[in-house]
Each structure stands twice: as C-alpha cells, then as structure tokens.
Design a protein around this ligand. Structure first.
Ligand SMILES: Cc1ncc(C[n+]2csc(CCOP(=O)(O)OP(=O)(O)O)c2C)c(N)n1
Length: 537
C-alpha cells in the first residue's frame, strides 16, 4: 500500500525535479498519476491545471521559451499522452526543452493489449518522433540516471522534449533508499580552433557576406551583434531569431528571408554564415524545397546532423552559437568592416516595405500599435494572417518577445496556452496572445486556466469567421472553398461566460485603450478585432 511506504518513487521524482530547479508543473491528474502529487506540497513547485493536455504542453513551451527554464508536465497514460503529442511536436520542431512525466500501465501488463484503462500498445513508439528520448522506468533506481540524461540534453544538446514514463507498480514502489544526486551542469560543445580560423578567413575576404541568425543563436545576441558590426555585413534573422539585433540596427534586414530581394541576397552573397538555423521551409521559401545559395556557406549548429540539412555547407562547425561567435570575433579582431552595406540595407528596407500589400499594411499597423503600447510585450502568436505579416515586420527589442506556432510544425491552438505559460513565467511583463477565430477554437477552454490564475492577459482574436489562410489558398488555385467557412460562435459572450472581460476594438486607438486596460486588469481580456472592419484601419 502506497501509504505504508516511507517515500514512493512518484514522491521522490518530485523531490528530484525540485533539486533540478523545476518550479512549475502543468498537468491534469488522473488515478494513474496521483502518486506524483503526494510529494508536491513538500516542494516549492507550483502546479497549474490546464483544461486539456495539449494546453499543458503549449504552456510548458511558452514558459521555457521565455525563461530558458524547464517546466514539467504531469500526464496520465493513454489519452493524456495522445493529447500532449501535438504540443511536443511543436516544441520538437522549434528546439524547445520540455519534460513530460507520465504514468503507464504496470510492468507486467505492458504491450499485452489486455484492455486496461488508458492502455496504448506503446507510448514510447507513439512519442518516438516528438521527443529526444522516451524512457520507461523499470526500477526506481533508474530515476537519478535518466533525469541526468534528460537535463544533459536540455543543457548541452539541441533542446527537445524528453518523456519519462512510470509504470503503475514503479510509481508506487519504495524509493526510500534513493538519495538526491549532486547535480552537475554539462557544457555545450565549443568550436574547433582550426574551423574558426577557416571561417574567419572566408569571412574576412568576403565582399558581400550575409549573416543569418536562427533561434539557435538567440542566446548569443551580443556576440552576434558584435560580429555583424565587425564585418559590416548585412544580417537577417529567422522568426525565432528576432531580437538578436536591436530593431533600429543599420545592418538588420529583419526576418524577411521569404521576400524575393532577400532571397536574391542569399543566393548571390559570396559568403553566407548561418548560425543556429535549419534553413527550413517556413523561414526561407514557403512551399519551395531548398534555399538557393551559390557562394560559400558556413554553418554553425549545436546539432551536427543539422549542419547538412537543406543546404550543403562549405564549412560545418559543431558548436554552441555563443562560443563560436565569440571565437570568430576574436579571430577577426583586426578586420576592417565593409562600409557600403548600411546604405544597401536602408534601400532594401524601403524596398521590402513597398512589397507589403494593403492588407499586410493593416496587419503591420495593428501589430505596431501593440508594440507601441508597451514595447517590451511578449507577443505570442498562432497561425493567422496578422501573425504572418508580423513575422516579416515586427522587430522586438529582445529575443523571445515575438514567437508563434506558424514556424516548423505549424499547429493551430498554440497562442492562448503558450501565452499563459509565458505570463505565468513573467507576471510583471506584458504578454499578449494573437490568434485567429479558427485557431482560438482549438484550445479555447484554456480561458478558464487564465481566469483561474488571475492573469492580466489580453487575448486578441482576429475574427474573419473562416479558416482564412486556407480559404485564400483554395481561391488562388480555383478550388471550391469547402470546409473553410466555419461557424464562429459569439466569442465575446463565450469569453464573459468563462469569466474574462471581453470587448471589440473599433479602431486602432480603441485597440490601444483596450490593451492598456487589459494589462491592468485582474483577469484576462478578450479583445476581438473584426477583420472586415479592421481592413479600413
Ligand atoms: C492542427 C492544425 N489543423 C489544421 C491546420 C491547417 N491550417 C493552417 S492555417 C488554417 C486557418 C487558420 O484560421 P484562423 O485561425 O481563423 O486564422 P486566419 O487564417 O483566418 O487568419 C488552417 C486550418 C493547422 N495548421 N493546424
């Protein structure tokens, strides 16, 4: 009987999480996971309850993106795991760490297909494609080692979700004999000095280099800026790399890679330095296969496999981005920066602005208004029309202040729960969720979580009563618009029913006023923007 045991494995696991510095858990308890909850009151860990396990995963994602810290998720076996798999997929695609702890049926029942409650043939197979690894704990004694492996990945390798499952007879087994380990933090790989010399030589000779910083370089912002200036090179970021250079930096072209003039630059640069980026479809050529690069390509990435995907490098450097960029700055200490580039950047920025359609310019004004109210706002987006425009136009002051689910895995329903995770992590910082009426309906019940937590969170819903992106895509291809004109309920009434404030913004200045109120409120505020109306703003 669990109560007779001095310390169960589930209880010990919670102690271990606290020792690793985990302070927040997102989870929905079930009979299979209650043993994890026994130990929670003995720690400083806060437990937040979402309304669906997908929400738990997205919250943990938003929490990790904005803090660099790991949040854990406590998830029941079976449906809890299938529910969280989508959130793990988004985190996997965007290299976000996440620790998913679940139960699973007893060791003697695994893979029998005996019709037990919540049974799946194999959770580990289910999660193989969305986790760095998934481990079934067969004895409490394995716990210290498997947790150390999980944190080794979070700290030193390409961060990704890790799943640890505890069979029912293991979660309740005694762990009284286990001792908390001395926790050591593993380091990230440093670049080889030879490779840095070769890279520095290529960059020093370049006449029109292009620097490309991805989300993997987000922790190397000051070294990245220093290198940009040392070379005098035009610089582009990916969407997850926004904020690496300050918005007004004269050499920054923003995250505009999908725009034809920037793709021309990428093609024609004599040296491209790509750091911490997949060179993936959503950052380069939407719906085309590979980026076209004719010059020398230097790639720097923590993940050696990543160095060879999408574009073959001339020089591949496996390294932490910051360590490599710092080494390059030292190697190029005497270099004279190019001087023609700032004028070129200015002309390109004007050209890029002129490429925005009238609709995109409306989106741009809406997002600029959001930034103007509080420039430090963390804007967490979903997949919708204004977010696509903001991916091209918004330039925050800091990293991780603009992120969304339109990159990589591209799931709908992310923005509300991920914003909740970010707001819980940063109660004093303005956080805003920007979502379409289609995406909102995927995780709408998380409004209850935000109300429960008393979060001053504006949730801006871009309402066009349709799956707008797909509708437009069908129209452009002469395909009948089936399945995209959806019934959208009265969102204001629904939000009020959940206990939120709810308003419709009637103009840009009204949006500003509503946002200001929402940031001071004692609970979330749904701010609806009606697309048909907003297109005249
Ligand atoms: C889980 C999931 N299902 C389907 C899609 C396909 N999809 C991409 S964008 C989109 C429409 C989104 O509609 P909405 O959130 O209202 O934003 P809008 O495009 O209208 O601005 C759909 C259905 C997806 N990305 N993710």
């Amino acid at each position: 009987m669990p109560n007779a045991i001095a310390k169960t494995c589930g209880e010990y696991l919670v102690e271990l999480l606290a020792a690793y510095g985990v302070d927040t858990v997102f989870g929905i308890p079930g009979v299979h996971t209650v043993e994890l909850y026994r130990g929670l009151p003995n720690t400083h860990i806060t437990h937040i309850t979402p309304r669906h396990e997908q929400g738990a995963g997205f919250m943990a994602d938003g929490y990790a993106r904005t803090t660099g810290k790991i949040a854990a998720c406590f998830i029941i076996t079976g449906p809890g795991m299938t529910n969280i798999a989508t959130a793990m997929g988004q985190a996997y695609a965007d290299s976000i760490p996440m620790l998913v702890i679940s139960a699973v049926n007893g060791r003697h029942e695994l893979a029998l297909g005996a019709g037990r409650l919540h049974e799946l043939p194999s959770q580990r197979n289910l999660l193989a494609g969305v986790s760095a690894f998934s481990h079934t704990l067969l004895r409490p004694d394995e716990l210290n080692e498997v947790m150390a492996r999980a944190f080794a990945i979070f700290n030193s390798a390409r961060p990704r979700p890790v799943h640890i499952e505890l069979p029912l007879d293991v979660i309740t087994a005694s762990a009284a004999h286990l001792k908390l380990p001395i926790i050591t933090k593993s380091s990230r790989p440093a670049p080889s000095p030879d490779a840095i010399q070769q890279a520095a030589q290529l960059l020093a000779q370049a006449q029109n280099p292009l620097l490309l910083f991805g989300g993997g370089a987000a922790q190397a912002a000051s070294a990245a800026q220093a290198l940009t200036e040392r070379l005098g090179a035009l610089t582009v970021t990916t969407i997850n790399g926004k904020g690496i250079l300050p918005p007004a930096h004269p050499l920054l072209l923003g995250s505009t890679l999908p725009q034809p003039p920037v793709l021309d630059l990428l093609r024609d640069a004599d040296v491209v330095l790509a750091v911490g980026t997949e060179l993936g479809e959503t950052d380069t050529l939407l719906f085309d296969s590979k980026p076209d690069i004719t010059g020398q390509l230097i790639r720097i990435d923590l993940d050696p496999e990543q160095l060879y995907r999408n574009a073959a490098p001339t020089l591949a450097i496996t390294s932490d981005a910051r360590l490599a960029l710092e080494a390059l700055n030292i190697a190029l200490a005497d270099h004279q920066p190019l001087t023609h580039t700032a004028t070129q950047a200015q002309q390109l920025r004007e050209q890029l602005q002129s490429l925005l359609s009238p609709t995109q310019q409306v989106h741009q004004r809406v997002i600029a208004q959001m930034r103007a109210v509080k420039p430090e706002t963390i804007i967490v987006g979903d997949q919708n029309q204004p977010v696509y425009t903001g991916n091209l136009t918004d330039e925050p002051d800091t990293t991780h202040a603009w992120f969304n689910s339109s990159t990589g895995y591209g799931t709908l329903g992310y923005a509300l729960p991920a914003a909740i995770g970010a707001k819980i992590a940063h109660p004093d910082c303005p956080v805003l969720s920007l979502i379409g009426d289609g995406g909102f309906q995927f995780t709408l019940p998380e409004l209850a979580t935000a109300v429960e937590q008393g979060l001053a969170l504006p949730i801006v819903v871009w309402n066009n009563q349709c799956y707008g992106e797909i509708k437009r895509y069908m129209q452009d291809r002469d395909i009948p618009t089936i399945g995209v004109d959806i019934y959208t309920p009265d969102l204001l009434t629904i939000a009020r029913g959940y206990g939120c404030y709810a308003v419709r913004a009637e103009s840009l200045s009204d949006l500003q006023a509503q946002l200001e109120l929402a940031y001071q409120a004692d609970k979330p505020t749904l701010i609806e923007i009606n697309e048909a109306q907003a297109l005249h703003w």
